[in-house]
Design a protein around this ligand. Structure first.
Ligand code: SF4
Ligand code: SF4
Length: 342
């Protein structure tokens, strides 16, 4: 099915519940109100899917080969898009595979036990505490950057889950935390969003700011965003366990439409219809056109400037909405201090 690892775990998330509740109470979820709304379902799999007794948790590598992430980050004419979003929408890919896997397991169980069990597949689309389940099942440990890490696979993988009432045997493996004294992810994070090991202030995280946050971005954070226009991978890029991480062999996760190293000016010039066409079939549908324009305006303001950039920014003033205009004005103002403004 293309999964690199699977594990079966029980549904007891009681050791994780206090941290999750505290994190939400601290306001670190920002505008992600859905995390508050569905908390009990998230903490109790059998409240999301009544009768759930076991969770099959799975991971699938997604990093496309040769996307030159550091070169893109260092080139202010280009836009950086998080590596997970370069190919086809992983939600569809993983859910389809998980559903197929579930039906095959069910067929075997039905043959052996003459019982028709229930299975339901999820991928980052329902209130599922997926990292905790993956850690419990032994798919890896939670790194200081809050992602699941494996010594061989690094962290460039998607997680998916199958909830079931089938009485499957539990995997007992616990993967030891191997972060040790390293704190590279915390140091390199451009906005210092990892405020302590395993504690992320999402309201400072560039992934949240560029994708989840709908309105104006705090001016103090804009210069720190560089050319990251959709998500951010720095905490993964500099993690030593990712140095030799495997790339994906899934054709669905291959780079589409040159999204691995697009020119900012090309992206900024797109109309809403062209933008929709560019991201069709990808996981990038979470951003609206104004968010997209906002993110690119910030990236252009953080770049080297020049006549073409100033003209493009000025040309877009008054064309999308006041929120975008405010970011364009900020970018123009910031570039004025730059020798190559014109
Ligand atoms: S994704 Fe980027 S901004 Fe968010 S924690 Fe990682 S390095 Fe920091
Ligand atoms: S960069 Fe270091 S501290 Fe952060 S997740 Fe990787 S190993 Fe752990």
């Amino acid at each position: 099915m293309g999964f690199q690892k699977l594990a079966v775990t029980d549904i007891d998330l009681s050791t994780h519940a206090p941290h999750v509740r505290q994190w939400l109470d601290d306001g670190f979820a920002g505008e992600m109100g859905y995390l508050h709304r569905n908390l009990e379902k998230r903490l109790h799999p059998d409240q999301l899917e009544p009768g759930t007794y076991r969770v099959i948790t799975a991971r699938m590598n997604y990093l496309p080969a040769d996307t030159q992430p550091i070169e893109v980050l260092e080139n202010s004419n280009k836009g950086y898009i998080s590596r997970y979003a370069l190919g086809r929408d992983y939600h569809k890919v993983l859910r389809r595979r998980l559903a197929k896997l579930a039906s095959q397991i069910n067929a075997l169980l039905t043959e052996e036990q003459s019982v028709d069990y229930q299975f339901r597949a999820f991928t980052d689309s329902a209130p599922v505490l997926e990292k905790a389940l993956a850690e419990k099942g032994g798919l890896g440990w939670m790194g200081k950057h809050t992602l699941i890490l494996d010594k061989e696979a690094g962290s460039w993988f998607f997680l998916g889950e199958i909830y079931t009432n089938a009485p499957l045997a539990i995997d007992q493996t616990i993967v030891e935390d191997a972060c040790g004294k390293c704190s590279a992810c915390m140091t390199v994070c451009p906005t210092q969003a990892i405020i302590s090991p395993k504690k992320l202030d999402a309201t400072r995280c560039i992934s949240y700011l560029t994708i989840e946050h709908k309105d104006s971005i705090d001016e103090a954070l804009r210069p720190l965003m560089g050319n990251r226009i959709y998500g951010c991978d720095d905490c993964q890029l500099f993690c030593p366990w990712n140095r030799d991480a495997p790339t994906t062999t899934e054709p669905d996760f291959a780079v589409r439409n040159g999204l691995d190293q697009p020119e900012l000016l090309d992206l900024f010039a797109l109309s809403e219809a062209q933008f929709r066409l560019l991201i069709q079939g990808s996981a990038m549908g979470r951003v609206s056109y104004p968010q997209w324009q906002r993110n690119i305006a910030i990236a252009l303001g953080n770049g080297a400037g020049g006549k073409d950039v100033v003209n493009a920014l000025t040309h877009k003033l008054g064309r999308v909405n006041p929120m975008v205009d405010e970011h364009i004005s900020w970018a123009l103002e910031r570039l004025k201090g730059n020798a190559t403004f014109l």
